[in-house]
Design a protein around this ligand. Structure first.
Ligand code: AMP
Length: 439
């Protein structure tokens, strides 16, 4: 299968070639012909599958006949709205629009909260065909009279499951009510809860269904997983040890809470490891700078919360570390979707304490296989330490204590974490400084 065989315009094929892609990913191969044929689309696909090009390429093609080189705003009516859950994802999608659309006179812009609204107003007034937006700021612009939806033909809901998780359903419904009823709708989601199905049934008209080939596990298959059992209070020391002993130079680390992410980032700095935190309490310029520093290798570690990391496109990221396992097993798959992307291999390390035994089991059930375990010499868990409830609100740190918030009691006594024995790793010789049996 080639991009040529999908019937794309020469201008788009040229841009795809410039980007170095020669084969469409499964979601692209399935979705592009359906979108070009004018069908509504329901796609099971998460970040890392190539889903952005799966909608951006055909939409650019559908818009091309009306594209105009005129600078008059009147010749650049808003035709396509892409709704996304996060600012980072919005920026990355619009970057893709520019990349793939560079040989077509089609204009685009992003609007998202947390930054000055005036440059966005200016971009909207200049006239654009494609707008990538987060729901709240889009409604602000509409209420200020900055947006006219009367010519809108295409709507994309990207990462719809995450938008619902983030509480955007009311904003989405308000937005849908403002759009012309005759339009083509595309919905991308990694998971399909009852809420998503309800949204789909009210939104999509006889949709073509596309599956990116096991969206939940596609990323997981490309990645080597390794669990390091460790005491909750020793996670930070183990992380610093792993970074140093294995000479890791670009590591995305996940924490459960914003506070935990900040604290870990500061502690790593104290250990002499250049680090930044990225989460919802950081301003947009701070987030952009942290991501840029990370991509350029100015910092070794980017510590992120699940929501902040959603949509980050850092190509060929070699290492993801779960400093704390996520509360929801699906988030493990989203997290490791940051590594091993688009065919490159990655490594997902999880530092797991006795409190997290059940969370690990949930992940293994989702992936339908046990994850290899390796105790690092000098970091074997103390079997006398009992499991404690995991706190997910403010203050959750390296393990499970401190702060307030919902608590989930976890049964203790897991042999995997309580005895310090660990299981044999898949390839014990692969990593220096590690011993399969601990001590
Ligand atoms: P996405 O799932 O849209 O976030 O894309 C994940 C990554 O795959 C991005 O870095 C894209 O640039 C890259 N990508 C998209 N399509 C292809 C393709 N056909 N071949 C290789 N890489 C691709």
């Amino acid at each position: 299968m080639s991009f040529e065989s999908l019937g794309l315009l020469p201008e788009l094929l040229h841009a795809v070639r410039d980007n170095g892609y020669d084969t469409p990913t499964p979601v692209q191969a399935q979705a592009i012909p359906m979108v070009l044929a004018g069908r509504d689309l329901l796609a099971g696909a998460q970040t890392g599958t190539g889903k952005t090009a799966a909608f951006v390429l055909p939409i650019l093609q559908l818009l091309a006949p009306q594209a105009s080189t005129s600078t008059s705003p009147a010749r650049h009516a808003l035709r396509c709205l892409v709704l996304t859950p996060t600012r980072e994802l919005a920026m990355q999608i619009e970057e893709s629009v520019r990349t793939y659309g560079k040989y077509l006179p089609i204009r685009s812009a992003t609007v998202f909260g947390g930054v000055n609204i005036n440059p966005q107003v200016k971009a909207l007034r200049a006239g654009i065909e494609i707008l990538v937006a987060t729901p709240g700021r889009l409604l602000d612009h509409y209420q200020q009279g900055n947006i006219n939806f009367s010519q809108l033909q295409y709507l994309v809901l990207d990462e719809a499951d995450r938008m619902l998780d983030m509480g955007f359903i009311r904003d989405i419904k308000k937005i849908l009510a403002l759009l012309p009823t005759k339009r083509q709708n595309l919905l991308f989601s990694a998971t399909f809860s009852d809420d998503i199905r309800q949204l789909v049934s009210g939104l999509l008209n006889n949709p073509a269904s596309v599956d990116a080939g096991g969206p939940r596990n596609a990323a997981a298959e490309l990645v080597e997983h390794l669990v390091h059992p460790v005491d909750r209070e020793r996670k930070r020391a183990l992380l610093s040890h792993l970074i140093r002993s294995q000479k890791l130079d670009q590591v995305l680390v996940f924490c459960r809470t914003k506070h935990g992410a900040n604290r870990l980032s500061e502690q790593l700095e104290t250990d002499g490891i250049a680090s930044s935190a990225i989460h919802g309490n950081k301003s947009q310029p701070q987030r952009i700078k942290a991501l840029a520093d990370f991509k350029e290798g100015k910092i070794t570690v980017l510590v992120a919360t699940d929501i902040a990391a959603r949509g980050l496109d850092i190509s060929q990221l070699p290492h993801v570390v779960n400093y704390e396992l996520p509360q929801v097993a699906e988030d493990y798959v989203h997290r490791i979707g940051r590594t091993g992307r688009a065919g490159s291999e990655g490594m997902a390390l999880s530092l797991v304490c006795v409190d997290e035994a059940k969370l690990l089991k949930d992940i293994e059930r989702l992936l339908q296989r046990p994850l290899p375990t390796q105790v690092i010499t000098g970091f074997a868990p103390d079997p006398t330490i009992k499991a404690e409830p995991i706190l997910t609100g403010r203050g959750g740190g390296g393990g499970s204590r401190g702060g307030s918030g919902r608590s989930t009691p976890r049964p203790g006594g897991s042999t995997r974490f309580g005895t310090g024995a660990g299981r044999r790793p898949a390839s014990p010789s692969a990593r220096s400084g590690a011993s399969p049996r601990g001590k």
